[in-house]
Design a protein around this ligand. Structure first.
Ligand SMILES: Nc1ncnc2c1ncn2[C@@H]1O[C@H](COP(=O)(O)OP(=O)(O)OP(=O)(O)O)[C@@H](O)[C@H]1O
Ligand SMILES: [Mg+2]
Length: 256
């Protein structure tokens, strides 16, 4: 199962990605978490120790590797390069493993829309489409905020996209835009996740104002989330309410 987590900036994509990754790992599934944010922070949310985090570098920034595999320097214009470089060794070589979650930083390049193709785009595109899993394995892609980068290539390989919203019209507006883009490229398995929910009015608001996307679940607003960040420990370990809510969502996704 391959899941992409999207939504407006700051709504809780990384928090949800980390919770789901750990929830699946804890029930014994193989999990690959991919941080596609140009300023990655999923490693921190998952509580990866410093020595492992130091080994991570976004694939899109590995100029020498990209040149070796595609035949062209990233950022170069014109010339020839291969659009299906060898990538099979990359997940194993460049990911780190902690508490059952394998983590890879992909970095973000514009993979769609504009029709432009570059060596680093070819590299990530091939990598993403190559990550073939057994049915029981779980891939979680923590995406870059917003919609601009949501191209065909990025979502070609996902089974479902989770759109995180806060109980605000703005974040629901972004969800609507994401839905439109996703539908345009043929991705219609979408779920809405309401985060930072303080009461029933807020969960009702999200459900009522959803742009036609079924609600997967809600995560409560909890000061423990910031506290976990300050203490440098995963929300999963620090805030039982969020751990429980995420485990329910993880289960529901498997059932579907
Ligand atoms: N359920 C929650 N309760 C309280 N605070 C939360 C909750 N979820 C997330 N936050 C806070 O909201 C902020 C953004 O969370 P997070 O980094 O997960 O969002 P994001 O969507 O990944 O952001 P970005 O767009 O920058 O990648 C953080 O400060 C986090 O502590
Ligand atoms: Mg994030």
């Amino acid at each position: 199962m391959k899941l992409a987590i999207s939504g407006k900036g700051g709504v809780g994509k990384t928090t949800l990605s980390a919770l789901l990754a750990q929830a699946y790992a804890d029930v014994g599934r193989e999990v690959l978490a991919v941080d596609a944010d140009p300023s990655p922070c999923l490693a921190g949310a998952l509580g990866f120790p410093d020595e492992l985090r130091a080994q991570l570098k976004p694939i899109a920034e590995m100029d020498a590797l990209i040149e070796e595999r595609t035949g062209a320097k990233p950022g170069s214009i014109g010339g020839f390069f291969t659009i299906n470089p060898r990538v099979d060794d990359i997940p194993e070589r460049f990911s780190v493993l902690h508490r059952g979650v394998r983590l890879l930083e992909s970095g973000s390049v514009d993979l769609g829309g504009s029709g432009c193709i570059c060596p680093e785009g070819a590299m990530l595109n091939t990598l993403f489409t190559h990550l073939i899993f057994r049915d029981d394995d779980v891939l979680i892609l923590d995406m870059y905020a917003g919609v601009e980068h949501l191209g065909r290539a990025t979502v070609d390989f996902v089974d479902a996209m989770l759109i995180v919203v806060e109980p605000t019209r703005r974040s629901l507006g972004t969800a609507r835009q994401i839905k439109k883009l996703a539908n345009d490229i043929g991705l219609d398995r979408l779920w809405l996740v309401g985060n930072k929910i303080r009461n029933e009015d807020e969960s009702n608001f999200v459900a009522a104002e959803s742009p036609g996307i079924p609600v997967l679940g809600f995560l409560p607003a909890d000061l423990g989330v910031q506290e976990a960040d300050r203490l440098g420990i995963p929300v999963y370990d620090h805030v039982p309410a969020l751990k429980i809510a995420a485990a329910k969502m993880a289960e529901k996704l498997v059932e579907r």
